[in-house]
Design a protein around this ligand. Structure first.
Ligand code: UDP
Ligand code: MG
Length: 233
């Protein structure tokens, strides 16, 4: 059985006042889609058969989450789920959320948990594997609370790739992947959003003793060598 993580009252009691708005906003969204997302048949897919292992991989824009996730996944046998890639797929397949997602990504903001948790849930439920690296999520306390309510599998490891803003900006602007959000204006906003919304999630997992901070300055190989001991253990 999947273990539900801390109750909402716990979350609220440990949250700093500045986070309460985000949490309250998350609850509002949860109320709006919980009946749909938790229908018994779907909940059954998630709970009956398996107890998956989940790890979160966090860090600012361009820090190298995707690159390192590919290597970790290959070496240690995880399925790599990049929520950013899932969202970009929704855009290119013209899904019902495509326009909204494109607008949100172009502005450097965070897509509603209603969409991302649903995408994540169906990716996990339809996968034949049960060891996952979730890349770039949760990005806010709202995301985290929605995840806990709807999916509720406590992450085992939370990796945080750390790097200064100048370096992140440089990497984003040089990676040439044709992304609508890899420009100076959007990336400044992504950095601001990261600090305001994602750092609280990182602090939360640090307080829970789950956070593994990785210095993300160096070559791909050097950084991977810093990651290995966590998964070799
Ligand atoms: N995004 C989101 N929620 C997620 C993951 C991604 O809203 O859980 C959006 C957000 O607008 C973000 C963009 O997708 O800026 C790109 O995310 P990704 O992780 O691919 O890129 P990164 O910021 O790591 O370069
Ligand atoms: Mg990425």
């Amino acid at each position: 059985m999947w273990r539900r993580v801390s109750s909402l009252s716990n979350i609220i009691s440990v949250a700093k006042p500045s986070l309460l708005y985000q949490v309250a906003h998350g609850l509002h969204i949860l109320k709006a889609f919980s009946t749909e997302a938790l229908n018994p048949a779907e909940a059954g897919i998630l709970s009956k058969t398996r107890s998956p292992t989940i790890n979160f991989v966090l860090g600012g824009p361009g820090v190298g989450k995707g690159t390192q996730c590919t290597r970790i996944a290959e070496t240690y046998g995880f399925t790599h789920l990049s929520v950013g890639d899932m969202l970009r797929k929704e855009i290119s397949s013209n899904s019902e959320y495509g326009d909204m997602i494109l607008e949100t990504i172009t502005k450097g903001k965070i897509v509603s948990s209603e969409v991302t948790v649903k995408l994540l849930k169906s990716a996990i439920a339809s996968s034949e594997t049960d060891r996952f690296l979730i890349d770039g999520f949760p990005r806010s306390e709202e995301n985290r609370v929605a995840y806990e309510q709807i999916i509720g599998i406590e992450p085992e490891v939370v990796l945080f790739f750390e790097c200064n803003e100048e370096e992140m900006m440089k990497r984003v602007l040089h990676r040439n992947q044709g992304r609508v959000d890899d420009n100076i204006i959007t990336t400044k906003e992504r950095l601001r959003v990261f600090e305001a919304y994602s750092l609280p999630v990182i602090r939360y997992y640090s307080q829970k003793g789950k956070l593994h901070k990785i210095n993300a300055i160096g070559t791909e190989d050097e950084i991977f060598e810093r990651v290995r001991p966590i998964f070799d253990a």
